[in-house]
Design a protein around this ligand. Structure first.
Ligand code: BES
Ligand code: ZN
Ligand code: ZN
Length: 466
């Protein structure tokens, strides 16, 4: 697998705008190739030479997800024909540095190996060349590859079957992924969680024979600054719902409930590898939500790490329970000056925004503006959801300090506000990726079926832009 400057193989990829005149071989294909967005046509020329045309329609290739899609579409199309050596001619795309990085991400995301559980899985090696640019592409390719590696790691972790990836294996995978970077890794096992009295993580984790962990990753790229952003991600390796068991038609995809954790690990790895001048602490509470004879059940009261008590009103609202302890830990033990948390948290956000827009709840206009700007640069869409005291009231419990379930409506907001109540008044931003972390049918050419690896890129871009 490699991407280099220059010609590779005997197949060339040419991009064509809709209505463009005079492009190579137009007289031969112009009648059948309309160059609508992502249209493709493979034209065999003399001997083994071929050209793949990719239509651009009227789209603007400076737009991040467009730059990623056009290259990814070409790679996937050529893979179908088992062509593994080819060159992109980018002459007429007029890419700048930023759009080139996105174009290259589309290539890496398509040609790099993903984990497979097939017994005869083989790694296909693609060799890709790039011609027609005056940019100094090698640092840009390096950046694109680092980002893509994190996205692919996130996809692999979320796709992993739950019997291959229990919290312990997830913890090991994380440590392995960041091991050759400037990141410091600390792993708290169940015994340590018990000493710390992390009742949220222990409550959920106690539903399974495979015990929970808390992973802490520290990157200090700006030692002179006292600022330290905590990025906290939900790492539920399987979510059956617990005693509030999910109905069988909602069981598909329950292995994919660690997208938040995968995103924060992916993001901090990008920051460390690119030597970003920021201080970041990534925190991953990881557990299984299953059924054990001594599981927590509805009506139980858990004492969180903060000391505040939580009435469990639904064992399927487990993500916020483990995040509560992790967020308190971020503020108290890691001295976080602000907190981002991210999770595949609510079905309600899928109802609102579907599979392409993440829902954000935040009390910090500044964090929102920065995060939103980053998401425009990566093409990962986000919308801010308002909230008020009326939503906080929905979390009031008769018997404990708070309950883990809001009212009938506003599920995404109340889930977020539950977590906020553990952030001890630090500026806080919450991202619900229940819709965007997983796609049964990909929405973009650079996605594969199932895990998307969403938000590793946007979180890293956000922290790099500070
Ligand atoms: N992990 C789920 C949320 C989810 C739903 C992720 C759909 C991906 C797709 C979460 O733990 C959950 O079960 N949430 C419940 C909360 C409810 C019980 C308050 C939900 O949204 O239904
Ligand atoms: Zn759940
Ligand atoms: Zn869950």
């Amino acid at each position: 697998m490699s991407v280099v400057l220059g010609n590779v193989g005997n197949t060339e990829v040419i991009f064509v705008k809709r209505g463009e005149k005079g492009y190579p071989y137009e007289e031969r294909v112009g009648t059948v190739f309309k160059a609508e967005y992502l249209d493709t046509l493979l034209l065999p020329l003399e001997k083994d030479k071929k050209v793949l045309f990719v239509g651009l329609g009227k789209e603007n290739v400076k737009e991040p997800s467009t730059a990623m899609e056009i290259s990814a579409k070409a790679c996937k199309e050529l893979k179908k024909y088992e062509i593994s050596e080819y060159s992109f001619n980018v002459e007429n795309l007029i890419l700048n540095k930023e759009s080139f990085v996105n174009f290259a991400k589309g290539i890496y995301l398509s040609i790099k190996a993903k984990r497979s559980y097939k017994s005869d899985a083989k790694i296909e090696e693609a060799k890709v060349g790039i011609v027609g640019t005056n940019l100094d592409i090698s640092p840009l390719l390096k950046k694109a590859e680092i980002i893509s590696d994190s996205i692919i790691f996130a996809r692999d972790m979320v796709n992993a079957p739950s019997n291959y990836l229990h919290p312990q294996e997830f913890t090991e995978e994380i440590a392995e992924f960041v091991k050759d970077t400037a990141i410091e890794t600390e792993i708290l096992d169940e015994e340590e969680l018990r000493k710390l009295k992390m009742g949220g993580i222990l409550g959920v984790g106690g539903s399974s024979a495979f015990p929970p962990y808390l992973v802490v990753l520290r990157y200090r790229g700006n030692p002179k600054s006292k600022e330290n952003t905590a990025i906290v991600g939900k790492g539920i390796t399987v979510d059956t719902g617990g005693y509030c068991l999910k109905p069988s038609q909602f069981m598909a995809g329950i292995r994919g409930d660690n997208g938040g954790a995968a995103a924060v690990v992916g993001a901090i790895a990008i920051l460390a590898k690119l030597k970003a001048k920021v201080n970041v602490t990534a925190i991953v509470p990881t557990a299984e939500n299953k059924i054990a004879p001594d599981s927590y059940v509805d009506g139980d009261v858990l004492t969180s790490y903060s000391g505040r008590t939580i009435e469990v009103c639904d064992t399927d609202a487990e993500g916020r329970l483990i995040l509560a302890d992790a967020v308190t830990y971020a503020v108290r033990n890691e001295k976080a000056t602000r907190v981002l948390d991210i999770a595949t948290l609510t079905g309600a956000v899928v109802g609102m925004y579907g599979f392409t827009i993440g829902g954000v709840v935040t009390d910090s206009d500044e964090m929102w503006e920065e995060f939103y700007r980053a998401s425009l640069k990566t093409g990962e869409k986000h919308a801010r959801i308002p909230f008020g005291r009326e939503h906080e009231k929905m979390l009031e419990s008769d018997i404990a300090d708070i309950k883990n379930l809001g009212g009938k409506f506003c599920g995404t907001i109340t889930a977020g506000l539950f977590i906020r109540s553990f952030a001890e008044k630090k500026p806080w931003l919450h991202v619900d990726i229940a819709g965007t972390a997983w796609v049964d049918t990909p929405d973009y050419a650079y996605q594969d079926k199932y895990a998307t690896g969403v938000c590793a890129d946007t979180i890293a871009e956000w922290l790099m832009g500070l």
